[in-house]
Structure formats: structure tokens, C-alpha cells
Ligand binder design. Structure first.
Ligand SMILES: C[S@@+](CC[C@H](N)C(=O)[O-])C[C@H]1O[C@@H](n2cnc3c(N)ncnc32)[C@H](O)[C@@H]1O
Length: 373
């Protein structure tokens, strides 16, 4: 038994603190950890919401994650943080009781998305959490990202917004039209109540943190300045042809200090490469930088895919990038992804993009490089 079946549902909950557009199932990194039992520290250079980091925590190991998207980093940080629900609720209460001097964003979208008092609470939490970096603040921040938008439910509310999807934020013009057409006025929702309920569920039975760090930045640049070494790397680069990581998370980006509108520049995103050759080269650079931070014998497990519209064979692209890296990675296994017990495929998370994404798992071993010890 190497997957999530080893843990209770309550222990796994923290991993679902906030959805992120493309996340792989926890079973994938758990299976890789089981396949490399001598692992001491795990790396994910494209960590997204930190699924690999949470798997390492479950396995009792420290880990390091890197991502260029602040939303991903904020969620991943909560996967490593040690906090109690009492401390998270206390922090939220303290922030809210100090009141707000801050201006709320202007415009129809904001008036329709949140009821007035709820919006003031969201703005107060936002302003006070920016730059606050304790484990409790990291957990509160990720909790709020997870409740910022989502469907209106019948019982006690689970989200702060008017009706919205929870996985991605609707574009303002579309959302306003939707709410107006249905006469869906936003209702008063107490941020503290929703935070309290959510954090109790998330932290009820969370495992002890094992330490580690999440870096905000480009994978190659970050790998060049960190000093740790790893024996297991489990990762999933942006799928080829996938370009909406940043704009789909615009409301969560705003909460973290971004502008109150949809940002269309996604600078630094590896998926922004102009063509397949450049994308392959950029991935090769990541595998080379990763090799320099790995011990000889390290295992690299990559889940990769391409959108059908990109007309690319993800297996070939991935194998070419490892070859071009010329860093000592020897491919041991290539198999179709989604052979985990639950058949949970990352592709299913694409929703709008369709589920016919071609995905592959590539496993490689480091046979040696200039810097291995
Ligand atoms: C497929 S997602 C990873 C999802 C992750 N496995 C999870 O379970 O959440 C790929 C991630 O790579 C990040 N990324 C893109 N370009 C990057 C770069 N140059 N350096 C670091 N991360 C990058 C994206 O922001 C995105 O979060």
C-alpha cells in the first residue's frame, strides 16, 4: 500500500486547503516516495499547490518547493506550516477587530461579488496579511484563498463570494452579467465564521510538519542559489499549450497584493515559450539545474502532458528535454499517467480545456554529474 489509503480522510484534508488549476493527485508523489524509501529530502521545482510537499510531510520528510506563481506559493506554504486552528482563528479575529482604514476596490464587479461588510473584511484581512510570514499567517492566508470564491450553498456558507466557480475566478464582465441576469445579490457572510469552520476541518488531524521551504521564483534561478541536496524529485511542469494559470487565478492574486483586475502578463511562466524547441530547451535547463542539486542515484519523477490543441507528443518532448539537459539523468521508465488507485488524473482538473489531455509519467535516475557527491 503506497498511496493515500494509508491515511485517514482527516489527515489528508490540509492538502485540499485551496484548489489550484492543475494539481496532480497525492498518490503520485506518495508512490514515488515509496519507491525510494531511503529518501532524505524531496524537491519539486514546479510545486504548484505543494502536493509533493504534503506527501513528503506525510512520509515524515522535509521538502523544498519552487514556483513562480504567488498563488501557488501561498497555498504550498500552508502544506509545510505547523499551526493550530485556535491560533489561526485568533489571528483572524485580531486582524478583523482592529477594523479597516483601507479603501475597498471600486466598480460593479466588487459590489456584486461581495456584500459590503464582507468586502470590508476581505480587504482588512488582505492588507494585514501582506508581508506577514509566520506559519499561522501562512495557514490563514491559504484558508482565505480557499474560501474567497465558490458556489453559494444551501446550508452554512462555505465561500465568501456571490455564486462563482471555486477552481478559477470568473472574468469580471462575465460574472457581473451572470449575477445581474439572475438577480443574485450578494448576501452578508461573516469571514470569521467561514474561516473558523474551514480551519477546524483542515487542521483536525494534520500530520506534524517536517520542515522545508517554498521559494517564489523561477526554478532555474532558485536552484542556483539554494544549497540543499535532494535524493527525490517529483514534479509536473506546466503542460505544453497551457496558458491560463495566472489569469484564471486573478482574484486570489489580488488577495495576495496583486492588482484588482485580471493580469494578462504571465512573465516567467515556462509555458510562455514561443515554440516547442524553446519550451524543450527551458525544461532541459531545469533538469540540468536540478541535477546539480541532487545526489548520485537520485530519482526524478515527472508527470507531463500537452493539450490536444498543442499537437505535441508529451512523451517525446519530455525525453528530448532530458536528453538536451545532458546532466546524467537516465530514463528508467515511461508509462501513461493516471494509473494510480483512484485513477485520478491531473487532466481532469483542466475542466474547460477538456479531459483528453495526453499525460505521461517519466522516471529517471541520476547516474552522476559534475557536482554529485
Ligand atoms: C502543472 S503545475 C504544478 C502542479 C502541482 N504538481 C500541484 O499538484 O499543485 C506547474 C507549475 O509550474 C509553475 N511554473 C511555471 N513556470 C515556472 C518557472 N519558470 N519556475 C518555477 N515554476 C514555474 C506554474 O506556476 C505552475 O504552478
Amino acid at each position: 500500500m503506497t498511496g493515500t489509503q494509508n491515511w485517514s480522510e482527516d489527515t489528508l484534508r490540509l492538502n485540499a486547503i485551496c484548489p489550484y488549476y492543475t494539481m496532480f493527485p497525492l498518490d503520485f508523489p506518495l508512490q514515488q516516495l515509496a519507491a525510494k524509501p531511503e529518501t532524505t529530502r524531496t524537491l519539486d521545482p514546479f510545486c504548484g499547490r505543494g502536493t509533493t510537499l504534503y506527501a513528503a510531510r506525510l512520509a515524515g520528510l522535509p521538502s523544498v518547493g519552487i514556483d513562480i506563481n504567488p498563488v501557488a506559493v501561498a497555498i504550498a506554504q500552508a502544506k509545510l506550516a505547523q499551526a493550530t486552528s485556535t491560533s489561526v482563528v485568533r489571528l483572524a479575529r485580531e486582524i478583523l477587530s482592529n477594523g479597516s482604514q483601507h479603501e475597498v476596490p471600486d466598480g460593479e464587479f466588487w459590489q456584486w461579488c461581495y456584500e459590503g461588510e464582507t468586502l470590508r473584511e476581505v480587504v482588512t484581512l488582505r492588507e494585514n496579511l501582506i508581508g506577514l510570514n509566520t506559519p499561522t499567517a501562512a495557514t490563514l492566508r491559504a484558508i482565505i484563498l480557499g474560501i474567497l470564491h465558490g458556489p453559494r450553498n444551501k446550508g452554512l456558507p462555505s465561500y465568501l463570494s456571490n455564486q462563482m466557480p471555486r477552481t478559477y475566478a470568473s472574468k469580471p464582465a462575465y460574472a457581473v452579467k451572470f449575477w445581474k441576469a439572475r438577480e443574485l445579490e450578494p448576501t452578508r457572510i461573516s469571514a470569521l465564521d467561514v474561516i473558523g469552520r474551514r480551519v477546524d476541518r483542515m487542521l483536525k488531524s494534520s500530520p506534524l510538519s517536517q520542515g522545508g521551504h517554498v521559494y517564489l521564483g523561477d526554478a532555474v534561478e532558485t536552484l542556483q542559489r539554494i544549497s540543499q541536496k535532494f535524493d527525490l524529485v517529483v514534479t509536473s511542469p506546466p503542460y505544453y499549450g497551457m496558458r491560463t494559470y495566472v489569469s484564471d487565478q486573478w482574484l486570489r492574486s489580488w488577495f495576495l497584493g496583486g492588482p484588482p483586475e485580471v493580469p494578462y502578463n504571465s512573465s516567467g511562466q515556462i509555458a510562455r515559450q514561443p515554440n516547442q524547441e524553446a519550451f524543450t530547451r527551458a525544461l532541459a535547463d531545469v533538469w540540468a539545474a536540478t541535477a546539480r542539486r541532487c545526489y548520485r542515484g537520485a530519482r526524478l519523477a515527472v508527470r507531463f502532458g500537452a493539450l490536444p490543441s498543442a499537437r505535441t507528443d508529451p512523451e517525446q518532448l519530455m525525453l528530448n528535454s532530458l536528453r538536451q539537459a545532458n546532466a546524467g539523468w537516465v530514463v528508467k521508465e515511461v508509462r501513461p499517467a493516471g494509473t494510480s488507485p483512484k485513477q485520478a488524473r491531473q487532466a481532469e482538473q483542466f475542466g474547460k480545456a477538456g479531459s483528453a489531455v495526453d499525460e505521461v509519467d517519466v522516471i529517471a535516475e541520476l547516474i552522476g554529474s559534475a557536482m554529485t557527491t
